[in-house]
Design a protein around this ligand. Structure first.
Ligand code: C2E
Ligand code: CA
Ligand code: CA
Length: 720
C-alpha cells in the first residue's frame, strides 16, 4: 500500500506533540487512506472528525504511564461500528498507524523512539483484536438471521411451497458466507458457491464427502466433541475457529458456526454449517502478535512475552511446580556502545542473542531480551537446581569466544543472577527482582560469573539497592534533615556546642538513621553532595544560634562529621572556607569530626587539606577514638585538636563502683591527650554516675543521652 503523501513533521518542530495539532494531522492522513474502505453514511469531514476522537484516544494510550494497550480495542470496535469493514480496511487502518502514529503523536522526545515503536505495535494488536471481535459479533448476528431463513425454507420444502424454496435458494447461493447442509450422519447434502470457492474444491467433491473427512491437525480439542454433542441433539449450535485443508495444500482458517435444524416434532434433522474466511485476518493477527511479543533487533521473545510465560508458570491454575530464571546482563556493554557506536553495539547484541538461543533448546526453556543488554533464560519445571545453574554456565561458556563485529574481535562477558524454586513462593515480579538483584551481586564480585539467589542476601541487597537508588532523588527532594546533640562542658555543665547528625525522612520507611544510608552514600560517592549540604545547613544553623545569643559570651561550636570520601575530595578546603565566609562564621566555631580509622590510614599528603583547615582555625576531632588503631604515638603527626572518646570507654563507668581498669585507661588517655594539648570529649554518657566519674578523670566535655538526645535545632537552648 502506498502511504498518502504528507510532509512528516520536522523533528522537535511541534506538530509531533500529543497535545499539539499532531493528532489532527494524523487523523487527516488516516481518513484519506481509510475513508474509501468504509460503507459509512458519514461525509468525509464527519468521518475525519470521528477519527480525530479516536486518534486522541490512541495518543493518550501511547503516552500513558503505566502503558496499557487496552484502549486500542475500543478503537478497533469503533471502526467496525463506523462500517470500515471491507476486506482491505484493517490493513489500511493499521498501516497508517504503523507509519505515522509515533511520528505525529509521540510528543517532543518524551517517549523514546524504541519505546514508542513497541507501544505502537501493541496498540495495533489491540486494535486488530477489537476489530476482529466486533466483526465476529456482527457476522454472528447475520448468521442467526440466515439460520432462521434456512429453517423456514427447509420447512417450506417439506410443504412443497415453491415460493419459499426460491427465496431460500437465493439466500443460499448468493451469501458471502460459505454454507453447507448435512444430514444427521454427517453426509454433506448441499453447499453453496462461496463454500466451494473457499475450499478450492469442485462442488461434487464436497457433496460426496462427510463432515468427518474435514479434520485438520490444528483443530482445537473442542470442535469434534461439540460436533458429537450437536449430532446427538444435546446442543443446538456451536461456534469455533477451525482450519480446513485446501486442494492447493494451504490451510483455510474459518470462523465456523454449526446449527442443528429440527423438524416440527423437534427431532434433529439437518446440520447447517456457516463458514467465514478469516485466513487473512488471522495472519495479520499472528504477525501483529509476533511483533508485539518479539524484539525487533534480535528476534528473540521480548519482555512482554517472557513475562506472560513466567506469569503463566507461576499462576495457581498452572500445573508447573518449579521455575528457574537466569537474568543476564552484559559486563561493560555501555563502553562498547560509547566507544564503537550503536551500530556495533547492535551487531554485538544480535550475536549474543544467537548464541544464547542455542543454549536453551530443551523443552520448557525460553530466551528473551528484556532490555538494552539484558537477557533472561526462563526454565519451566527444571529437573533440578543444578540444571538451571548449568544453563547459566552454558550461557557464560557460549559468550567466552570473542564475537566478530565489523572485522573486529570483541570480548563479551556477562553477569548472571540465578533464581530457582517452587512456584508457590514468589510471584513473577518478585522472581524477576530477585534475579536482577542477584545479578548485581555477580557483577559486584567481578562479573563474568553467575550467582545463585539466597533469601538473606537478597533481603539485604533489596533494601540496599532500593536506598542507593533513591538517594539522589532524596537529596534533590530535601528528604534529609539534621538533628543536633548538645556538647556539654564538664567544668560547669554549660553548653559548649552541638554535633550535627543527619537523618533521612524516607517517604516509605520513615526516619532512617545515618547507619542505614551513610555507608551507601559513601560507597556511591553521594556522600560528597550530601556532606556538602550537611555542612552548609549546620553552619547556617550555627550562625542563627549566634545571632540569637545562645551559648552566652562564648560562641557555640558546631561539630560536623566528615566521611573518608569527603576527606579526599579535592575541593574540601575551598568549599569549607567558602561556606564559612558565606555565613560569616569564625573558623574556630566549626569542628570537623573524622574517624580515627580514616585519619590513621591517611598519609601526610592526604592529611594536607585537614592541616590547612586546622591552620585556619577549624577544629579537627578524632571521632570514635579507641575503637581501632589506637596508636597513641601517631597522634603527634595528626592535625587534631580534640579526641572524641568512643562510647565503649564510658560504658564501664556507668555503674557504681566503676570498673577500675576502665577508670585507669580513661585516665591514661586523658593525661596523654592533655600532654599533647588536645581536649577530650566523651561520647555516650547515659547516667549521672558516669558524668561525675568522667569529670573527675579530667574529661573536658561530654555528649550523651544523660544531657540530651539528638533533637531539632529549637530544642538545643533547653539543654542548658
Ligand atoms: P558518631 O559520630 O559517633 O555519632 C554519635 C552517635 O551516637 C549518634 O548516632 C548519636 O545519636 C549516638 N549517641 C549519642 N549519645 C548517645 C548515648 O548516650 N548513648 C548511645 N547509645 N548512643 C548515643 P547516630 O546519629 O545514629 O549517628 C551514627 C553515626 O553516623 C555517627 O556516629 C556518625 O559517624 C555518622 N553520621 C551522622 N551524621 C553524619 C553526617 O552528617 N556525615 C557523616 N559523614 N557521618 C554522619
Ligand atoms: Ca561524630
Ligand atoms: Ca563518635
Amino acid at each position: 500500500m502506498n502511504p498518502p503523501q504528507e510532509e512528516p513533521p520536522a523533528a522537535g518542530a511541534g506538530p509531533a506533540g500529543g497535545t499539539g495539532d499532531g493528532p489532527a494531522r494524523f487523523a487527516r492522513i488516516w481518513c484519506r487512506a481509510v475513508y474509501p474502505e468504509t460503507a459509512t453514511s458519514m461525509t468525509r469531514d464527519e468521518f475525519e472528525a470521528h477519527l480525530v476522537g479516536l486518534t486522541r484516544q490512541l495518543a493518550e494510550a501511547l503516552h500513558a504511564r503505566p502503558f496499557s494497550p487496552v484502549p486500542g480495542r475500543a478503537v478497533g470496535e469503533a471502526l467496525v461500528a463506523a462500517h470500515c469493514t471491507t476486506a482491505d480496511a484493517l490493513p489500511r487502518i493499521l498501516g497508517i498507524i504503523d507509519a505515522y502514529l509515533p511520528l505525529y503523536c509521540a510528543g517532543d522526545g518524551e517517549l523514546a523512539a524504541e519505546e514508542a515503536r513497541v507501544r505502537c505495535g501493541r496498540l495495533q494488536h489491540a486494535i486488530a483484536s477489537g476489530f476482529a471481535a466486533s466483526l465476529q459479533q456482527r457476522t454472528r448476528s447475520e448468521q442467526e438471521a440466515l439460520s432462521r431463513a434456512t429453517l423456514s425454507a427447509q420447512n417450506s420444502i417439506a410443504n412443497a411451497l415453491h415460493e419459499s424454496e426460491t427465496r431460500f435458494r437465493a439466500v443460499f447461493q448468493d451469501a458471502a458466507l460459505g454454507i453447507g447442509i448435512a444430514d444427521m450422519s454427517g453426509n454433506i447434502l448441499d453447499t453453496n458457491l462461496a463454500m466451494t470457492q473457499m475450499l478450492g474444491i469442485a462442488d461434487h467433491h464436497v457433496r460426496a464427502s462427510n463432515i468427518g473427512d474435514w479434520t485438520h491437525p490444528d483443530d482445537s480439542a473442542d470442535v469434534w466433541r461439540m460436533q458429537d454433542e450437536l449430532r446427538r441433539g444435546e446442543r443446538d449450535h456451536y461456534q469455533v475457529e477451525k482450519p480446513y485443508h485446501r486442494t492447493d495444500g494451504t490451510s483455510l482458517w474459518t470462523n465456523l458456526t454449526v446449527s442443528l435444524l429440527r423438524d416440527a416434532e423437534a427431532r434433529p434433522q439437518y446440520m447447517l454449517a456457516m463458514v467465514e474466511d478469516i485466513t487473512e485476518r488471522r495472519l495479520l493477527n499472528l504477525r501483529l502478535r509476533y511483533q508485539a511479543t518479539h524484539d525487533a533487533l534480535t528476534e528473540l521473545p521480548n519482555r512482554a512475552l517472557f513475562f506472560e510465560r513466567l506469569e503463566q508458570a507461576v499462576s495457581p491454575s498452572s500445573d508447573v511446580t518449579r521455575v528457574g530464571l537466569c537474568y543476564l546482563d552484559l559486563d561493560g556493554f555501555k563502553a562498547v556502545n560509547d566507544s564503537l557506536g550503536h551500530a556495533v553495539g547492535d551487531q554485538l547484541l544480535i550475536a549474543v542473542g544467537e548464541r544464547l538461543r542455542d543454549c536453551a533448546t530443551e523443552p520448557g526453556q525460553l530466551i528473551a531480551r528484556i532490555g538494552g543488554d539484558e537477557f533472561v533464560a526462563l526454565f519451566v519445571d527444571p529437573p533440578s537446581r543444578r540444571a538451571v545453574t548449568a544453563l547459566a554456565q552454558r550461557a557464560l561458556d557460549a559468550l567466552a569466544t570473542p564475537v566478530e563485529v565489523g572485522g573486529r574481535e570483541l570480548m563479551v562477558r556477562a553477569s548472571i543472577g540465578v533464581v530457582e524454586g517452587p512456584v508457590t513462593e514468589l510471584n513473577a515480579n518478585e522472581i524477576l527482582r530477585s534475579a536482577d538483584i542477584t545479578m548485581y551481586r555477580a557483577k559486584a564480585d567481578g562479573g563474568n560469573r553467575f550467582a545463585l539467589a539466597d533469601p538473606d542476601s537478597d533481603a539485604r541487597a533489596i533494601s540496599r539497592h532500593h536506598l542507593t537508588h533513591h538517594l539522589p532523588a532524596a537529596l534533590k527532594g530535601c528528604e534529609f534533615f539534621i538533628e543536633y546533640q548538645p556538647l556539654i562542658r564538664m567544668e560547669d555543665g554549660s553548653l559548649e556546642g552541638a554535633e550535627a547528625l543527619v537523618r533521612w525522612s524516607h517517604p516509605r520507611h520513615g526516619v532512617l538513621g545515618p547507619d542505614r544510608f551513610i555507608p551507601l552514600a559513601e560507597h556511591t560517592g553521594l556522600i560528597v553532595p550530601l556532606g556538602r549540604w550537611v555542612l552548609r545547613e549546620a553552619v547556617r544553623q550555627a550562625c542563627e544560634w549566634q545571632v540569637q545569643g545562645i551559648g552566652g559570651s562564648r560562641p557555640l561550636r558546631l561539630n560536623v562529621n566528615l566521611s573518608p570520601r569527603q576527606l579526599h575530595h579535592p575541593d574540601l578546603v575551598d568549599e569549607t572556607v567558602s561556606v564559612l565566609e558565606e555565613f560569616g562564621l569564625p573558623p574556630g566555631s566549626l569542628c570537623l569530626e573524622v574517624t580515627e580509622s580514616a585519619m590513621v590510614r591517611a598519609d601526610d599528603h592526604e592529611l594536607k587539606p585537614l592541616r590547612q583547615l586546622a591552620d585556619l582555625g577549624v577544629g579537627i576531632a578524632l571521632d570514635d577514638f579507641g575503637t581501632g588503631y589506637s596508636n597513641l604515638a601517631s597522634l603527634r603527626r595528626l592535625p587534631v585538636s580534640t579526641l572524641k572518646l568512643d562510647r565503649s570507654f564510658s560504658e564501664g563507668l556507668q555503674h557504681h563502683p566503676a570498673d577500675p581498669v576502665d577508670m585507669k585507661i580513661v585516665e591514661g588517655i586523658v593525661s596523654l591527650a592533655h600532654t599533647l594539648e588536645l581536649s577530650v570529649t566523651v561520647e555516650g554518657v547515659e547516667t549521672g554516675n558516669q558524668a561525675e566519674r568522667l569529670r573527675e578523670l579530667g574529661c573536658d566535655s561530654a555528649q550523651g543521652w544523660y544531657y540530651a538526645r539528638p533533637g531539632p535545632p529549637e530544642r538545643l537552648p533547653e539543654a542548658v
